[in-house]
Design a binder for this molecule. Structure first.
Ligand code: SAH
Ligand code: AVI
Length: 333
């Protein structure tokens, strides 16, 4: 079977999965990115490193918190508008879900779509991905596959394993697009239009601007799960890179930045401290931070401006009664 260059490690079938494609997104990158990020004036690390197995479980826990409104709001929005979303998508869709996580938001689509042909889950968190996609495969008559990849890098789909008669439907729920800067979001959308090809559609969930009190509460939950999720980055540095650091010297710091229209998450030094990695020492003054995540909140006009920079055309948008979340159907025609 001839495969494109990018298909480096394809196993088909893989347990109940039609295939598992491993593009090894993490190999070698974590150490290099930590060193580059800690060397910058504002110390920074990509939020993609939150999601090792433990981090993915912590995120799952976040989605069950009452204060973390995005998950429930989006689920209710999808369900309330399921009929019109499904009609707009049309028959014969092969779903490619970006950042599929626990694959918890796919059921209504798999059950409701007219004649879907396949479901492909893609995520950076390998074990969590295999476990979640396999659970869907065990309960579905459709071919289900998984791709472990970084969605910022190009992905080539092994098309020849799936039926030829289909149109791709990109599915990107959870407002994970908000974790990208708007320019990176435009690049991501452009790339996805190339990956999914002509005739594709894309269903995107986006968190909207709202009262900063609601936003601040969602990222500073009372149970401290978001704090644990953030601090898990330091655990990863210790366990996977052998970094020498004292986790107790850092605290979770999250706040809404009005100017950037985003929640910023940081790890803030409670006292002067150091992180040693690869025999290099990175000093933190008291109060200095490692910036770990942005979560951008959009207005409808800013979303329209974003889509206008990409080949996607906004076909329809649905919002919930409070105007907190948007589901956008884009088409590549
Ligand atoms: N779609 C789920 C999960 C959202 S959490 C939901 O809506 O609840 C974000 C997901 O994106 C995680 O599963 C994480 O592992 C994945 N992810 C984060 N950065 C990624 C990247 N650069 N490439 C691929 N997946 C990524
Ligand atoms: C995955 N992403 C959309 C979440 C968010 O809300 O930005 C990640 C998260 N960070 C803190 N809580 C949840």
């Amino acid at each position: 079977m001839e495969m494109p260059d990018l298909v480096t490690d394809l196993t088909a079938p893989y347990g109940p999965l039609a295939y598992f494609l491993d593009l090894h997104p993490d190999l070698g990158d974590f150490r290099a990115d930590v060193i580059t990020g800690l060397s910058a004036k504002q110390k920074t690390l990509s939020p993609k490193y939150f999601y090792n197995e433990h981090g993915s479980k912590l995120f799952q826990k976040i989605t069950t918190l009452k204060q973390y409104y995005p998950t429930l709001t989006e689920k209710e929005l999808f369900l309330a508008n399921a009929d019109s979303i499904i009609e707009a998508i049309g028959p014969g869709a092969a779903i490619f879900e970006y950042g599929s996580g626990a694959s918890e938001k796919i059921e209504w689509l798999l059950n409701g779509l007219n004649n879907p042909v396949a479901y492909v889950a893609m995520d950076i968190s390998k074990d969590h991905l295999i476990e979640s996609a396999s659970a869907i495969a065990n309960n579905s008559t459709l071919p289900v596959a998984a791709v472990c990849a970084d969605f910022h890098a190009p992905v080539t789909l092994p098309e020849n394993i799936l039926p030829t008669e289909k149109h791709w439907l990109g599915f990107f729920p959870g407002s994970t697009i908000g974790n990208m800067a708007p320019e990176a979001a435009a690049t991501f959308l452009k790339r996805s239009s190339e990956t999914l090809g002509a005739g594709a559609k894309f269903l995107l969930g986006v968190d909207l601007e709202k009262d900063p009190d609601v936003l601040n509460a969602a990222y500073n939950d009372r149970e401290g799960v978001t704090a644990a999720f953030n601090l898990n980055l330091l655990e990863r540095m210790k366990n996977e890179l052998g970094a020498d650091l004292n986790i107790d010297d850092f605290e979770h710091h999250a706040f809404y930045c009005e100017k950037g229209r985003r929640i910023e998450m940081h790890l803030r030094a409670k006292r002067a401290t150091e992180i040693m990695v690869n025999e290099q020492t990175f000093s933190f003054e008291e109060g200095e931070t490692l910036h770990t995540e942005n979560s951008h909140k959009y207005s409808v006009p800013r979303l329209e401006k974003l889509f206008a920079q990409t080949p996607w055309r906004l076909e329809k948008m649905w919002t919930d009664p409070k105007g907190w979340f948007a589901a956008c159907l884009l088409s590549n025609t």
